[in-house]
Ligand binder design. Structure first.
Ligand SMILES: [Zn+2]
Length: 190
């Protein structure tokens, strides 16, 4: 079970996922010139979270190139995508949680029950229609039940464990990029 407390720990988990995604980019050469990428992080206000947070970013060190590479991010999702991922977290945690705890989670994330229901519908209707999912689903054997999203996805990744949740968030990373984000533009949130 997911024994960590919701408040800070989940946010730390998400930050760790972002850091790992950024490290993947950092370990590669600049895609434009092959130069070395240096850290060039900046601070931003992620949607739905209070305070500032580091947006991991990299910059090519090569004179004349200096192009910025911004890795995929779980925290700085397109405004329409972020709630969908939070539903993954909430859904994974709902398993075995008492109603009081669920209420606590909803309060922490500042979402109403109606909003939560809307996000669940987003998973069931929009997510499964994305190019991302249509390409990715073939990788799962046995197939993942689309009618039980996102719980079925959580279950397959073992998201009741921290390592599984992290893997699930990494798996979902590509939907944070702009091209996929356009494909997700149905969701009306909060
Ligand atoms: Zn470069």
């Amino acid at each position: 079970m997911f024994h960590i407390s919701m408040n800070q720990n989940v946010l730390q988990l998400i930050e760790k996922a972002d850091q790992d995604l950024a490290e993947l980019v950092h370990n590669q050469p600049c895609p434009h010139c092959g130069g070395k990428l240096h850290w060039a992080n900046y601070t931003r206000h992620p949607r739905g979270l209070s305070g500032k947070a580091i947006r991991f970013s990299l910059c090519c060190a090569q004179e004349g190139c200096r192009r910025r590479q911004t890795p995929e991010s779980i925290r700085f999702l397109g405004r329409k995508v972020y709630p969908g991922l939070i539903v993954v977290l909430v859904s994974a945690m709902n398993n075995g949680l008492c109603p009081q705890r669920i209420a606590e989670v909803r309060k922490t994330l500042a979402v109403s029950r109606a909003t939560l229901n809307r996000w669940r519908k987003w998973w069931l209707n929009q997510f499964i229609q994305t190019r991302f999912w249509k390409a990715a689903r073939a990788r799962f054997m046995p197939i993942i039940s689309e009618s039980a999203m996102p719980a079925s996805l959580c279950q397959r990744f073992g998201a009741d464990q921290l390592s599984g949740m992290l893997n699930l968030l990494r798996f979902l990373g590509p939907i944070t990029t702009a091209s996929q984000g356009n494909n997700l533009g149905f969701m009306r949130v909060v």
